[in-house]
Design a protein around this ligand. Structure first.
Ligand code: F6P
Length: 320
């Protein structure tokens, strides 16, 4: 193997740069050239390629986002687009591809690898931590800590002014960030897409607490669970108590990656190249316990990764 391509695709996550740095340096250490593909699959179809040098990956380990830029591509979903992508790789003598992203990125990689018998290695990087087979994805820890930092700040007002707050965190289909930051932030309720929203239970709890003198509440909601504004309206309607809403949005995707995400990114980037050198293909790296493993794309897509909802929600109930 003389040359590999590397791209980031889908929503950015903090630590993607650590992956790029590790994969590029591991490739160089093995005498392999690296081509950066700009804007993910979109750039792959358009042929937006640039050679990466050692200097290009210097001083990026501490930066959020991705130096290669990222996007969601419609063109790559078409066979015409993938044909063009393959031609571009051939024209540039690229013999294998590392794709860094989430489940959509892996689905595209799997189809492409099979269609053209092309070696592709996936690196799971998404704030949602929803890739089956890996305990963690790059960027999830940073996102949880950003949400937690915001919740801690909001708690100052919650406690001082004895208020109810609904805090909306990211997660269109997945309540990972809400559950983690909710437990770590000592929040009273968590609303997530995986569990049906029970307005009566929520407001009964609030009213019961209120009768016992509890006036401060933080309810964390994943964006896919319910809109924070709607929950606030439900609480106002059914309890007549005052509620404030904070929607955290994309601040959770950016910022300095945590130590965990940098280390995970480093291990994933390094192993992705080493697995390719061993001849593995149509695989993704993952971490199980403390071991970096390789997973087939089919394995990662087999079903939705389940969350530890029961034990987390129980903890919240018992401790608040
Ligand atoms: O990358 C995953 C994610 O951040 C989800 O948590 C979120 O729902 C979605 O992407 C937001 O996508 P966009 O940045 O396109 O609004």
């Amino acid at each position: 193997m003389k040359k590999i391509g590397i791209l980031t695709s889908g929503g950015d996550s903090s630590g993607m740069n650590a992956v790029i740095r590790a994969a590029t340096r591991t490739a160089f250490n093995n005498g392999i050239d690296v081509t950066g593909i700009v804007r993910g699959y979109k750039g792959l179809v358009k042929g937006e390629f640039r050679k990466l040098n050692r200097i290009d990956v210097s001083g990026i380990i501490n930066q959020g986002g991705t130096i290669l830029k990222t996007s969601r591509s419609e063109a790559f979903k078409t066979s015409q687009g993938r044909k063009q992508a393959y031609q571009n790789l051939k024209d540039n003598q690229i013999q294998a591809l590392i794709v860094i992203g989430g489940d959509g990125t892996f689905r595209g990689a799997d189809i492409f690898g099979e269609e053209f018998d092309f070696p592709v290695m996936g690196v799971p990087a998404t704030i949602d931590n929803d890739i089956l087979g890996t305990d963690f994805t790059v960027g999830a820890d940073t996102a949880v800590n950003v949400a937690l930092d915001a919740i801690d700040k909001i708690r100052d007002t919650v406690t001082s002014m004895e208020r109810i707050f609904v805090v909306e965190v990211m997660g269109r289909d997945c309540g990972y960030i809400a559950l983690e930051s909710g437990v770590a932030g000592g929040c009273e309720q968590v609303v997530i897409p995986e569990i049906e929203y029970d307005v009566k239970r929520l407001t009964d709890d609030i009213l019961q607490g209120y009768k016992q003198g509890k006036i401060s509440w933080i309810i964390v909601v994943a964006e896919g669970g319910r809109k924070a504004q709607d929950i606030a309206q439900d609480i106002v309607t059914l309890t007549s108590l005052e509620v404030r809403v904070t929607v955290l949005g994309h601040i959770q995707r950016g910022g300095r990656p945590t130590a965990r995400d940098r280390i995970l990114g480093g291990r994933f980037g390094n192993s992705a190249v080493e697995f390719l050198l061993q001849g593995q293909r149509a695989k993704a790296v993952g971490i199980q316990g403390d071991k970096v493993v390789s997973l087939s794309f089919k394995e990662t897509a087999a079903k939705r990764k389940s969350l530890n909802t029961d034990s987390y929600l129980r903890l919240i109930r018992v401790l608040t």
